[in-house]
Design a protein around this ligand. Structure first.
Ligand code: DX5
Ligand code: ZN
Length: 224
């Protein structure tokens, strides 16, 4: 099943709870929450206390993307706040295996991601423990950037590895996803699509989510 994870980075932060409800009604499968520390990436967003507050707004699973230098230090906070999936970067300063085990010990799904310049193979040793892998299709830090099509080689390599090992692991893409690029990403083998600007700026969000899913279904793995 193709899943859509709207990135709340593009929502109106003055009314996050309403925006989450609106995206739930539009058909969102996950809510993508970007956490930035102003150190790992050159931008600041929000932390666990805000996630805890907005957790009440919807039952849709929270897909928390940690763009922070030391994720291990904060895993308990994000689990307590209600994260359902926690994604962190291989380029961070925390020990990767230990951080995954910490997430799993809390009954939360673990996911790893790589920045555009990092090879996807860096994730392969941990694949058996992951529910999802995120392939960044922009440099992390800001919404509204252009999709990097050359990241599709990573998506295909990952899809092949997951299939070869018979794993149940989703492949998410994040950055510059719109009606055109979702076709390219799904054809390469992605099945979870983060979208900020394109979804939040659309006049009819429900129609936009439905269209995204239909395009992804139609193109899935054409180039796997
Ligand atoms: C970028 C974030 C993305 C971003 C995507 O660092 O990880 O989740 O919000 O936004 P769009 O879809 O606008 O590129
Ligand atoms: Zn993100």
């Amino acid at each position: 099943m193709m899943k859509i994870s709207p990135s709340i980075l593009s929502c109106d932060y003055g009314k996050i709870a309403e925006e989450l409800k609106d995206m739930e009604l539009a058909g969102a499968d996950y809510m993508h929450i970007d956490v930035m520390d102003g150190h790992f990436v050159p931008n600041l967003t929000l932390g666990a206390p805000v996630i805890k507050c907005i957790r009440k707004a919807t039952d849709v699973p929270f897909d928390v993307h940690l763009m922070i230098s030391d994720p291990l230090k904060y895993i308990d906070d994000f689990c307590d706040a209600g994260a359902d999936i926690i994604t962190f970067h291989t380029e961070c300063d925390s020990p990767i295996g230990e951080t995954i085990d910490k997430i799993l010990s809390r009954g939360v799904k673990a996911s790893l991601t790589v920045k555009p310049k990092t090879p996807v193979e860096d994730i392969f040793p941990y694949l058996d423990k992951l529910s999802m892998v995120l392939i960044m299709t922009v440099e992390p830090g800001f919404g509204g950037q252009s999709f990097m099509e050359d990241m599709m080689a990573k998506v295909s390599a990952l899809r092949n590895e997951i299939n070869a090992r018979g794993l149940d692991c989703e492949i998410e893409v994040d950055g510059g996803i719109n009606e055109k690029t979702i076709a390219i990403a799904s054809a390469a083998g992605a099945d979870v699509f983060v979208s900020g600007n394109a979804l939040f700026s659309s006049a009819d969000r429900k129609a936009a989510v439905e269209k995204f899913k239909a395009i992804a279904e139609e193109n899935f793995c054409k180039n796997c």
